[in-house]
Design a protein around this ligand. Sequence first.
Ligand SMILES: [Cu+2]
Length: 267
Amino acid sequence: MRIHSYEKLWLAASMVLIVGFIATITYGAVGLGIEMIGEEDETVAPNEINDDERFGEPRVEQVGPNEYEVYVVAQTFIFQPDPIEIPANSRVTFYVTSRDVIHGFEVPGTNINSMVIPGQVSQLTVVFDEPGEYGLICTEYCGDFHHEMEGSIVVEPADEFDLTELSVEAPDTVRSGDEVELTATVRNGQLEELETTVVAEIGTETFQQDISVDGKAAENVSFTVNSDVLGEGEHDWSVTVDEYEEDGSVTVAANETNNGTVGGDSS
Ligand SMILES: [Cu+2]
């Protein structure tokens, strides 16, 4: 049988097209890492999110060297946590769930995009190479303020990133003569030990203490000054650890003699 050379050409061209179509479909299905949420994947009931070990406190957690997990809760019309702070050049896995209706989780300009379905946990693993601030938007219509539902992802240079948290307990008022005590709690969310210095200022007094906090642990440091040293009136205080600072003020009140206050303590 003789096949005309034009027919051969068309046959060959259609073969190339068919193979091309199959290749693009296969690439789209498996090459981009797009996955469906499977029935065997873990679930979390929307009304049990608050008690859930992972989603009860939406956060960034270090799980290995250069490996982090982020638990994100989407709800009308916010993402928690916001901003999400992560280091560059680390493997970051986002676990996202919804507290109410269907939302989206998309970082424009990247291939990070997932539906967020109540009850289901969407999982995305990414590595950001470029430090910077990325937007995060909801891509599923979720209500009147859907267009305002946004968050942000802040990618910090790896050597500047930490998971340090500082909180301070301090009195608002003390009686003249009493001690003023500040208690700073430094929490280290990373796996490696944190070596740092806590600097406290109360009025004109300055204190400094070096501490080391184990990985995934917290340390308390207390600073005490006698209010007589400060004198009566309002005094500012501040506590600084690396780039974190907490401040407030304490009032040293005069030691008034308590005569005849109704219901007062007469001791
Ligand atoms: Cu939404």
